[in-house]
Each structure stands twice: as C-alpha cells, then as structure tokens.
Design a protein around this ligand. Structure first.
Ligand SMILES: C[S@@+](CC[C@H](N)C(=O)[O-])C[C@H]1O[C@@H](n2cnc3c(N)ncnc32)[C@H](O)[C@@H]1O
Length: 268
C-alpha cells in the first residue's frame, strides 16, 4: 500500500529532502519536555522515518512509541532508527492500551487531520492515551500566516533531490481551499531515469491560533504555550535556551498543552 506521496513512500528521499543532521527537531522537543517536567513515556504521532523518536530514545533516555499510518515509513523507522516501539495506526483512531506522559506531533503531522471531526477524533485519542497532566506538543504550519500573505502561493517552486544516482525534480504549486480551510498542493515529480512524470496531491488543514485554543479547551487541555518562533523549522532556527516569542504571525506554530481535565468528552 502506498500513500500516493513520493516522499512518504520513499522515506530515504524524505530524509534527503528534509535533512536534520543536528537533530534539531528532536532536541527542540526534548527541551520542551524537560521545561514542562514531562515523565519519560512519549508517544510520537505521525513519527515518519523515526529519526526524532530514535534520538529521544537514545540520547534522552525516553521510552518512545512511534505511530504512523505509512507502512513504508514504519519499515524505514524499524530498519534505520531502531529502539522505539513502532506501531501502525491512524492518529484519529488508535488504541495502544496504555498511557503516556507526552504526545508529540511534529512537522505538520497534525494538519493531516483535515476536518473538525478528524481534529476531535485526534484529540479524543490523545486524551485517552495521556496520563493526567500529560503534554501535547505539536509543531506545524501556521494557518494565520496566510492572512494577508501570498508569498508561498504566488510562484510554483522547483526542488531537486538525488538518490542512488537518480535526480528527482519536483514542481510544486500551493493554493488555498478557503471553504475547507485546507492548504492544497499539487506536485509533479520528474526523474532523470526515464520514468514518466507523476502528479501527486496533498493537503494540510489551516489551523488558526484561536481555533486551536478553542478545540484544546473543549477537549480538556490547557494551552501552556502557543508561539511562532523559534522552532526547529523556523528561520532563524531554534537553538538551545532560545526563548519563545510572544507572536503567532510567522509560518510555523508551536504548541504546548497540558491535559488538565481527563473526564470523557464527546467533542465541543
Ligand atoms: C511530514 S511527515 C512528519 C514525520 C515526522 N513527524 C517528522 O517530523 O519528520 C507526516 C507523517 O504523518 C503521517 N501521517 C499522515 N496522516 C496520518 C494519520 N492519519 N495517522 C498517522 N500518521 C499519519 C505520514 O505517514 C507521515 O509519516
């Protein structure tokens, strides 16, 4: 089974295209876990290649479980980033039969929850898997960035990545589906090995800070921090000890929320 997304289906290519040689994403997550006093048990939702999960397991001594819906990503994680317990699953509907001290959802994985129902289901699953006082830590695109800004939408973008001597060139167009609050992407891949071009479609929910606060409160979470920078994917990037800004207008959003009300909820 494939996801119809070349980078998700070819995790080596994902790591080449989005390198993180200093493990900045995992180190940022660890700094947040530390800062808010999280216990050792961590669930990485949409763990992808497993590189963050493994770093947290190996270098921070955490008990990490990674969950992802992509069989290719899970295969890659178990082979190249062993250590954590990797599980197949949908972040909107899973039951691991245990609780964690924190749930991570990095690099916009949360934005694969497209509808309000998806978001409710995701938060319901998080609540069921977090110990009282557990943390939800997410890092993602910021929907509010697109209010009054079109620079990411105006011009198609071309990138290239080479693996095993073959160069894969992507031509990416982004646009906004306003009614659905989705950032939609069409990406055409061309490879210099003679294979025919492929066109792929992806979408991310555009979540706004106030909307996120409302959803989290409705699911029993208290927002401890919500800010745009610095983070592992901001420019300039986060460095150890860097303080969060008091703003939410740049292109990334960083969320830290604590589960304070564990009573069962059926949604807002
Ligand atoms: C952009 S990648 C991020 C991977 C990783 N968190 C990172 O920061 O490198 C998004 C990941 O979410 C996974 N994903 C997408 N929808 C999902 C869902 N409904 N349940 C679980 N995983 C999902 C994809 O397979 C992919 O590995």
């Amino acid at each position: 089974m494939t996801s119809g997304n070349l980078l998700t289906d070819t995790p080596e290519l994902y790591e080449l295209r989005f390198p993180d040689p200093d493990h900045r994403a995992a180190r940022w997550a660890e700094s947040v876990l530390n800062r808010y006093g999280a216990g050792l048990a961590v669930l990485d939702l949409g763990c992808g290649t497993g590189r963050d999960a493994q770093w947290l397991h190996r270098h921070a001594g955490r008990d990490v479980t990674g969950l992802d819906s992509s069989p290719a990503m899970l295969r890659h994680a178990r082979t190249y980033h062993p250590g954590p317990d990797y599980r197949p699953g949908d972040m909107r509907d899973f039951d691991l039969g245990r609780r964690f001290d924190a749930a991570l959802c990095l690099d916009s994985a949360l934005l694969h929850c497209h509808t309000n129902q998806d978001l409710d289901d995701f938060l319901t699953c998080c609540r069921r898997h977090l110990a009282p006082g557990g943390l939800l830590i997410a890092e993602m695109r910021n929907g509010a960035f697109f209010l009054g800004r079109t620079e990411l939408l105006d011009a198609p973008r071309t990138d290239a990545v080479t693996r095993h001597g073959t160069t894969h060139t992507s031509h990416t167009t982004l646009w906004i589906d306003h009614g659905a609050q989705l950032l939609r992407r069409t990406r055409i891949w061309r490879s210099d090995d003679g294979s025919p071009p492929t066109e792929q479609h992806s979408a991310w929910r555009l979540l706004f800070p106030q909307e996120l606060r409302y959803l989290l409160a409705a699911h029993g979470f208290e927002v401890l921090a919500l800010y745009d920078r610095p983070g592992p994917r901001t420019e300039p990037a986060w460095t150890q000890g860097a303080a969060p800004a008091a703003s939410t207008h740049s292109d990334r959003l960083h969320l830290v929320a604590r589960l304070t009300d564990t009573t069962e909820k059926s949604g807002p």
